[in-house]
Write a protein that binds this ligand. Sequence first.
Ligand code: ADP
Ligand code: MG
Length: 288
Amino acid sequence: MPNNQLADDQASGLRQMKKQMVKVISITGGKGGVGKTNVTLNLAMALAQLGKKVMVLDADLGLANCDVMLGLRVERNLSHVLAGTATLDDILVEGPFGIKIVPATSGSQNMTELSSVEHASLIRAFSELQTAVDVLLVDTAAGISDMVLSFSRASQDVLVVVCDEPSSITDAYALMKILSRDHAVEKFKIVANMVRSLKEGQELFAKLTRVTDRFLDVSLELVATVPHDENVRKAARKQKAFIEAFPTTPASMAIKTLALKAAKWPLPVNASGHLEFFLEQLVQPQSE
Ligand SMILES: Nc1ncnc2c1ncn2[C@@H]1O[C@H](COP(=O)(O)OP(=O)(O)O)[C@@H](O)[C@H]1O
Ligand SMILES: [Mg+2]
């Protein structure tokens, strides 16, 4: 494809995308096993129950991805969209309560290291999306890869899931340090997960803010305290989200409270409320 054709396609894609105002929230944590995928999927369903049209971008290439966790059958994923053999609507998988899941690319495909043709495909794919979306949740991978940093930088809200373990706290701290120092992300919404009491959640938050207040220029807000709840694992064994299998279990109640808050988080009034801004941020390497 000649270069000017590519640029034209991208430009028309971006113009169309201006129509969609989408709230983009990424779910991070630094460490694996802290509950990112569980928070993402259950929050998605809780928001859907509040009437929001929710799409989940599964950017976690680990083993327990969203489709596996929900026992959904996935035939194609983002790599097919990037290759131009499927549209985004083709690959969307519908989950409980009508949430739409964009299955992760398999293997080593890194969304921040795309060729220019793949960039164009991705932007065009989102611009041609027929499915209406109010909220896009991005389930990120463990670690502090370029991909995690890009998604966080491009999102309007960054949720950091932590649990009361030294390694979770240090990994969350390291993630916030890099995001604030190198990527101008200064606000973080903390989800204390797997806590034994409300008090433990508040103490965990206090531990985190003691170090961030001292060493980083960031502001943290505790947005949810999710109790350790045996029904989370029970639901996982049934390949169901806990909010569906056990709607009134303590973890579900905590996620529903979070959804009520998240539904009210304002959309920015400037360009960053548009899906196009998210994608531009995502695919454009930060020049430093
Ligand atoms: N609130 C909770 N109570 C009990 N177990 C939990 C809770 N949140 C997550 N888990 C369990 O912790 C493990 C990791 O969760 P997962 O969402 O896959 O984490 P991540 O996506 O961060 O790797 C899973 O076995 C899950 O069932
Ligand atoms: Mg995960």
